[in-house]
Write a protein that binds this ligand. Structure first.
Ligand code: HEM
Length: 481
């Protein structure tokens, strides 16, 4: 189509060379939302030379994720991503291809199936129980715990045991601070655009100056060393498969011939690339959801009490909540849903890229356009949500809205061909941990801190996920003793 005849989406005014780069602040989903309110819910930006479509309404999201899902289901080939995914051998960041379809299919059937996830129930329950023991010890002295740190180490331990077949303690990454920091660095680097992408030919100079290039290399080295270690461990002759973990599954599919070229080195790369997805997808997302849920509940003691009453009335004095109980806790599920509305861990989903021309909300979109779906903004759109800024789990009481990707006003897991395959695993971990924190303890604010003092600021800096800027410090009081 002739450029003049195209019906292009609105764009904010842009600068020469920079385009709209200067309009994106420290919290990108927030900057995009503000620009959208001013210029339109389907917005075409230019980051240097890169065309970027930002979609912030449910209708436009339906066009991207459902109506034109196939045209929009590739991922941009970014330099940091390429390095960290062993040249796009993973599921989450790999551009659309036969390889991607195959590996995703295997993963959905073998790794993320209900049966597979349920087979690790005992690991989740053991790890949650040991965290509750640990917090009980703190409760004796009535001192505050840094809840985020505890939650993160728990989801980390679960993913380590489930996926890497090793405990987090004693692994070469053992040092909690380091794990959290490493996850954060990975999440920044993996969706970070390099200057070279904005400004071809000259950009690499900036990347060298800012140290971005060496940062990617360092993060890659840390994670590769660890993954190589666990893969080698699984390849040792005589290893007893106590519990078939994700690496066993991946290595087995390799033997079954999923790999087209059959090169051993290559094969291990794809195992490591998928491990990276599990590492990023599994640890931080559930942890952040539980943390934001606790922060919201502590600010609203009435809701906290309602959630606790529901669990305690149903579970009685058994001492812990087990997974079979979760389906009988509707209010808990509503709390999790409401948390994911206001605090979707991946506020812009994972960037997509168009493969062919398509129309989004009637606008012509070119191939090779990057798309951000602003799930964070869509979850706060007053057109769909009453008092959108208020945390109110009751809004999910009628059970009409779910996160499985059919309701486009609510997209914490995305939707369509690229939608999150780990929903079940993420939700069950989140619910189990939150249920136990609420059941086992009452939570008090440290002396002098009031409910309204709790800071709900989001982390600054472009990253895949969005965390809480300040730690959540709470005093646990054991319920059963
Ligand atoms: C509360 C927990 C979780 C949330 C909120 C979440 C959210 C998301 C989102 C928003 C996407 C992008 C969807 C899109 O582009 O349309 C995604 C993709 C993905 N998630 Fe999750 N996720 C969670 C848990 C998990 C877990 C536990 C795993 C695995 C262990 C996982 C693995 C993946 C993978 C592999 C993809 C890429 C799918 C693809 O590109 O084909 N996620 N997730």
């Amino acid at each position: 189509v002739n450029k003049e005849l195209k019906h292009l989406p609105p764009s904010p005014p842009k600068l020469p060379i920079l385009g709209n780069l200067h309009q994106i602040g420290a919290i990108p989903h927030n900057s995009f939302w503000n620009l959208s309110k001013k210029y339109g819910y389907v917005l075409l930006l230019h980051l240097g030379r890169l065309p970027l479509l930002v979609v912030s309404s449910a209708d436009a999201a339906r066009d991207v994720l459902k109506v034109h899902d196939l045209a929009c289901c590739s991922r941009p080939r970014l330099a940091g991503t390429r390095r960290l995914t062993y040249n796009f051998l993973d599921i989450a960041f790999s551009p659309y291809s036969t390889y991607w379809r195959e590996i995703r299919k295997t993963a959905v059937l073998e790794l993320f199936s209900v049966k597979q996830v349920q087979s690790f129930r005992f690991i989740r329950e053991e790890e949650v129980a040991s965290l509750m023991d640990l917090i009980s010890q703190v409760a004796v002295s009535a001192t505050p715990v840094d809840l985020g740190e505890k939650i993160f180490s728990l989801t980390g331990s679960i993913i380590f045991r489930v996926s890497f077949g090793t405990s987090f303690q004693g692994s070469i990454l053992d040092c909690q601070k380091k794990l959290q920091q490493l996850v954060h660095e990975l999440e920044t680097v993996i969706v970070g655009f390099t200057a070279n992408e904005y400004f071809p030919y000259v950009g690499w100079i900036f990347d060298r100056i800012t140290g971005l290039h060496s940062k990617v290399e360092k993060v890659f080295k840390d994670i590769d060393t660890f993954f190589q270690h666990v893969v080698d461990d699984h390849l040792k002759p005589g290893r007893r498969e106590q519990h078939r973990d994700i690496i066993d599954v991946l290595l087995a599919t390799e033997r079954d011939g999923i790999d087209q070229d059959g090169a051993v080195q290559q094969s291990k790369h794809h195992v490591k690339a998928v491990l990276l997805n599990v590492f990023l997808g599994g640890i931080d997302t559930s942890a952040l959801t539980v943390l934001w849920a606790m922060a919201e509940l502590v600010r609203k003691p009435r809701l906290m009490k309602r959630a606790q009453d529901e669990i305690r009335n149903y579970v009685g004095r058994k001492g812990k909540v087990t997974e079979d109980k979760l389906d009988q806790l509707p209010y808990l599920k509503m709390v999790v849903k409401e948390t994911l509305r206001l605090h979707p861990p991946a506020p812009l989903l994972i960037p997509r890229e168009t493969m062919s021309p398509c129309k989004i909300s009637g606008y012509d979109i070119d191939p090779k356009t990057i798309i951000f779906v602003n799930a964070w903004a869509i979850g706060r759109d007053p057109k769909h949500w009453k008092n959108p800024e208020e945390f109110s789990p009751e809004r999910f009481a009628d059970g009409l809205i779910d996160f499985k990707g059919q309701n486009f006003e609510y997209l914490p897991f995305g939707s369509g061909r690229r939608g999150c395959p780990g929903i079940y695993m993420g939700i069950i971990t989140t619910e189990l941990l939150l249920a136990n924190l609420l059941y086992c303890f009452d939570w008090k604010l440290p002396d002098g801190v009031k409910e309204e003092d709790i800071d709900m600021e989001e982390n600054v800096g472009a990253s895949l996920t969005v965390g809480k800027q300040t730690p959540l410090l709470l005093i646990p009081i054991s319920y059963l003793h």
